[in-house]
Design a protein around this ligand. Structure first.
Ligand SMILES: N[C@@H](CCC(=O)N[C@@H](CS)C(=O)NCC(=O)O)C(=O)O
Length: 216
């Protein structure tokens, strides 16, 4: 059955792979599943046809036959459950990998998104610098814990898993802040993720969309 995902027609991140379709593309590439992409303008994302698929009018969505999903974490979990390569067979290791998926999305991602929102929407406020440094402190608290747990391991819990895929996707959003460079092991961890052939293929595919949109 054909898998179709949605992505920005013209991504605000200018093809840097930070939009959340990237993590879904990466998961599909890791498990070797072909997929099609339906590109959406900001206007189309808020129209009834898309709201039917995604109640909040966002990307990504995932369609496969009668199944329609939204939320990148749920989509990656679905892919990882259905195809070998992203979750271990051992029940304990599988539960721990799923725990890292949740940790990425519910513990690490929120302050990182808060930072991006502050930079985008609050930078003209008089209190902006103070707020940014408070958010950065919160991010560092999380990174301290993550860095200590990763130590000198390649991945968070044994073999590469969907937990690493989501964690690296989330950490990549911090790159422009320079904060990742404060953590040698986390920088190396992110670089290991980016070096995976599946990541490269997914990255090139989303970049091609942006390149084509800028040329037209
Ligand atoms: N929690 C959702 C967040 C989805 C989300 O924020 N998508 C962004 C792109 S990365 C979007 O569609 N932004 C446009 C908008 O909200 O109008 C997920 O993980 O899928």
């Amino acid at each position: 059955m054909t898998i179709t995902i949605t992505a920005f027609e013209n991504s605000p991140d200018r093809g840097r792979g930070l939009a959340r379709d990237m993590r879904v593309r990466w998961a599909l590439e890791e498990v070797g599943q072909p997929y099609e992409v339906r590109l959406l303008s900001f206007k189309a994302m808020k129209e009834p046809a898309h709201i039917e698929l995604h109640p909040f009018g966002q990307i990504p969505t995932y369609e496969e036959g009668n199944l329609a999903l939204f939320e990148s974490g749920s989509i990656v979990f679905h892919i990882a459950e259905r195809h070998a390569g992203l979750l271990p067979d051992d029940a304990g290791a599988r539960a721990r990998a799923i725990t890292w998926m949740f940790a990425a999305l519910s513990t690490i991602e929120p302050p990182i998104i808060e930072r991006a929102t502050a930079r985008f929407q609050e930078r003209d406020q008089t209190w902006y610098k103070q707020r940014l440094s408070m958010i950065d402190e919160r991010i560092r608290q999380r990174l301290n814990g993550l860095s200590a747990r990763l130590g000198d391991a390649d991945w968070l819990d044994g073999a590469f898993s969907a937990g690493d895929l989501l964690m690296i996707s989330v950490l990549l959003r911090l790159r422009e802040s320079g904060m990742l460079r404060e953590y040698e092991n986390l920088s190396a961890y992110v670089a290991r993720g980016e070096a995976r052939p599946a990541y490269r293929r997914a990255f090139e595919a989303q970049l091609a969309v942006f390149t084509a949109a800028s040329a037209s």
